[in-house]
Design a protein around this ligand. Structure first.
Ligand SMILES: [Zn+2]
Length: 181
């Protein structure tokens, strides 16, 4: 599946270079966002908040795929993005993920946005804004804040409706079963 996509989009490899514009990245972004959505669905099936994240390197190789795991892991830091950063760091044997792109279904929170900056992620792509916790543009602007020593390129709204729908379904289901989140 990935190989076929890369072949079809082989002419687009240049877009991974900083000189290229975001508009050329659409097909590529949707492909990886779909992987993040799959991870979110897996989290949903485990009764976790359905957020998924994927990290790729500068060549488009997937380094990590991860869904939220706060409840099952009894871990308040077990957000998809943080766990994906840990996995990717182990894979490349480096705490810096320079040149990497992180895809996530929902706008990262304060913790995750800070972790992305610490990891020196090059580019962040996310699906839907998070009105309650979003720290990339909704409540705070951590990822491209000029006061910090690293700024991340940001693309939002990729497969937004699907990403949002999963969250809405999950919380609607929880409210119906009167479990409080
Ligand atoms: Zn988070």
């Amino acid at each position: 599946m990935i190989a076929r996509f890369q072949l079809r989009c082989s002419g687009h490899f240049m877009f991974l270079d900083t000189s290229n514009k975001i508009s050329r990245m659409e097909d590529w972004d949707e492909h990886y966002m779909n992987l993040a959505i799959d991870a979110a669905k897996e989290a949903y099936a485990l009764d976790e908040v359905p957020i998924g994240a994927v990290i790729i390197d500068h060549k488009g190789t997937v380094l990590a795929t991860q869904g939220n795991c706060t409840i099952g892991g009894n871990d308040p830091t077990g957000h998809a993005e943080v766990l994906a950063l840990r996995k990717a760091g182990k894979k490349v044997n480096n705490y810096r993920l320079t040149g990497c792109t992180l895809y996530t279904t929902i706008e990262p929170c304060v913790m995750c946005a800070g972790a992305l900056v610490n990891a020196r992620i090059k580019r962040l792509v996310y699906g839907a804004d998070d009105e309650r916790f979003g720290a990339v543009k909704t409540l705070f602007n951590i990822c491209d804040n000029g006061s910090l020593n690293h700024q991340i390129e940001i693309q939002s709204g990729v497969l937004e409706s699907e990403c949002r729908r999963l969250m809405q379904e999950f919380f609607k289901e929880k409210r119906t079963s009167s479990k409080v989140y």
